[in-house]
Design a protein around this ligand. Structure first.
Ligand SMILES: *[C@@H]1O[C@H](CO)[C@@H](O)[C@H](O)[C@H]1NC(C)=O
Length: 597
């Protein structure tokens, strides 16, 4: 070690000597002096002028207390789902308190909307620093709130959030840049453009599966587009909000912004409904189709626009031309990461008949060898599920499927060693068929259903045959086949030879079709979805476009004839038709020349 440092030191000293000699030898050369001068200017410009980026000096503000943590509604007992122990009580916000949150958010937004993209990027960078500096605390808060493992929390809360923020810093402004639009020849003296303006306040309702990432993912995009964000978190993962709210407020206040710009609202259905009806300018709802329909209904009273990200029953297609070991690794992640509590979980695994038996056997062997237990008590591959009622739902669905004729290959019950937590064992069901309940109903849990297929046509019909259309994965060495199959399945997202990777490609919008919802978050579309599009038409030159007598009141009886011929001249098919219309147009204009003035 000392040798390396010494030799480094030597090289460093030698280089310095070289530079010194070089400078002395050339100090009288005019061109050399000019070059040095130019270099110095560039350095100074970069450091002190170019680098300043127009960031106004703002005085720090006090972090204060969020109106969203002053709820006096029903108490939520925050329970660690892996241990069954209470972590404390947080009160729901009553509808009038939601209104107060919105008022303070509007106030914050009225200042924030005029910040530059440089200032917004500065906040995004501060958020990344916040994740890095508090990584352990954030991961552990998420683990306690959801029962997920440290691996899942690091992956799903930290990595995804940092990537989202990095994307916004690097590419967010491009998505919101004013666009030039085409004007028709008739309006040749005009210029058209489309601008993206802030909407105001965005109401966001998120589920419990990624309690921290879901907050920042939506809120960061909302504020990057110049809005305030009110995020209603699930009553099943409320506790991590306390830590996260404090961190976010600190970032905003330290840079002199109003910390009420992002608020995290605790509550149950009543609070969510109050947010939908509060008069926010747009709603992003992530959750079940049943609640999604209620949200849309409630939002229709104020005609508040909605983006709905609902459930899925995503197919994962495994062809026989791939390496089974590799496919097993992808499918295991697709079915069991976060214990399947993902809207894009691979809920139906279609395996080609030629490899079906081997695949089922190896998958079962692998899953049975993995460990499940309380994430805070050791290193486990799987933690607990989050919502107690979801464990019962998953179990009912599994038992029902067995009754309907499927084969239980692994799991199929609560973990016997941890009766206090929500531990449902990773479950594999073989011989699942399209008629079974589980083929249509979202499990949202650790259940892998294996479906055998032979022909491509049969596969497409089965894979496409649900009310959902969120994501779809296809594993095959034949990329042409993958594209061909993918194009015939109604889906919002298609991933070939991977699972879930598209979520890290933040430039791709996320969302589905059919009962999986509509509208998009992430990507340029996500940012524009949080914007009001303003279409602008103005003069291209400083000359006012004349209003000819032709279209002025009182309307001249000859106007209609001239306009008709103009229409025929431009839009009618056929060269001779156009010529005929042009002649007629000209003769009418010659008879009434004043109409064109
Ligand atoms: C897939 O399902 C949708 C409706 O859910 C249907 O409109 C479409 O035709 C189906 N595609 C194929 C190839 O059958």
């Amino acid at each position: 070690m000392t040798e390396i440092t010494e030799s480094c030191g030597c090289v460093y000293r030698d280089s310095l000597q070289f530079v010194k000699k070089f400078l002395i030898a050339n100090s009288n050369d005019f061109i050399f002096q000019s070059l040095i001068g130019l270099l110095a200017f560039i350095i100074v410009y970069k450091l002190f002028i170019g680098g300043r980026k127009n960031l106004p000096k703002r005085a720090k503000r006090s972090v204060g207390v969020s109106p969203a943590s002053k709820g006096t509604g029903q108490p939520i007992d925050c329970v660690n789902p892996a241990t069954g122990k209470s972590m404390g009580i947080i009160n729901c916000l009553k509808p009038v308190e939601v209104k107060q949150c919105l008022e303070s958010a509007k106030l914050a937004q009225s200042e924030w909307k005029s910040t530059s993209f440089d200032e917004r990027r500065q906040i995004m960078q501060d958020f990344i620093d916040m994740f890095i500096n508090n990584e352990k605390a954030i991961v552990e808060a998420s683990m306690r709130d959801t029962g997920k493992t440290r691996f899942e929390a690091t992956f799903g809360e930290i990595l995804t959030s940092c990537e989202k923020l990095r994307y916004l810093i690097k590419h967010g402004e491009k998505a919101l840049k004013t666009e030039k639009r085409i004007v028709p020849m008739l309006l040749g003296t005009k210029s058209a453009r489309l601008e993206y303006h802030p909407l105001g306040s965005i109401g966001i309702i998120i589920p419990w599966n990624y309690p921290i990432h879901s907050i920042i993912s939506a809120a960061a995009a909302a504020i990057f587009a110049g809005n305030a964000a009110l995020v209603k978190v699930s009553e099943w993962s409320t506790h991590s909000k306390v830590l996260f709210e404090g961190l976010i407020r600190e970032v905003l206040a330290n840079r002199g912004h109003d910390p009420n710009l992002i608020q995290i609202l605790p509550g149950m259905g009543e609070t969510g409904e109050a947010l939908v009806r509060s008069g926010v300018d747009k709603i992003l709802f992530i959750g079940s189709p049943q609640t999604g329909k209620r949200v849309m209904k409630a939002a229709s009273d104020n005609l508040t626009p909605v983006i709905l990200e609902l459930g899925g029953k995503d197919p994962m297609i495994v062809y026989d031309d791939i390496d089974i070991d590799w496919a097993l690794a992808v499918v295991q992640r697709g079915c069991f990461i976060n214990l399947g509590q993902n809207c894009i979980s691979s809920e139906r695994v279609f395996v080609h008949e030629r490899i079906y038996d081997k695949f089922a056997q190896e998958m079962t062997k692998k899953i049975k060898s993995l460990k499940q237990g309380p994430p805070e008590e050791g290193h486990f591959d799987f933690g607990s599920m989050t919502m107690p009622a979801q464990v019962d739902k998953v179990d009912q669905l599994v038992q029902q499927t067995i009754k309907e004729g499927a084969k239980l290959l692994a799991g199929g019950m609560r973990h016997p060693s941890y009766p206090k937590g929500n531990f449902y064992m990773p479950t594999i069901l073989g011989d699942v068929k399209p008629g079974m309940t589980i083929f249509q109903e979202e499990a949202f849990g650790p259940v892998c259903t294996l479906v055998k297929f032979s022909s491509e046509a049969e596969l497409i019909e089965m894979a496409n045959g649900t009310v959902f259309g969120l994501g779809c994965s296809i594993l095959t060495s034949d990329l042409k086949r993958a594209e061909r199959i993918g194009s015939q399945i109604s889906t919002g997202m298609l991933t070939i030879n991977d699972y879930g990777a598209s979520y890290l490609v933040q430039d791709l919008p996320f969302g589905g079709c059919k009962e999986s919802g509509f509208g998009r978050f992430n990507g340029p579309e996500g940012l524009r979805g949080f914007s009001r599009e303003v279409s602008i038409l103005t003069d291209k030159f400083p000359i006012r476009t004349p209003v000819p007598r032709l279209i002025r009141y009182p309307i001249d009886p000859n106007s209609v004839g001239i306009i008709r011929q103009a229409i025929f001249m431009i839009y009618q098919r056929g060269f001779f038709n156009k010529i005929r219309a042009a002649c007629s147009f000209t003769s009418q204009v010659i008879r009434n020349p004043k109409l064109l003035l």
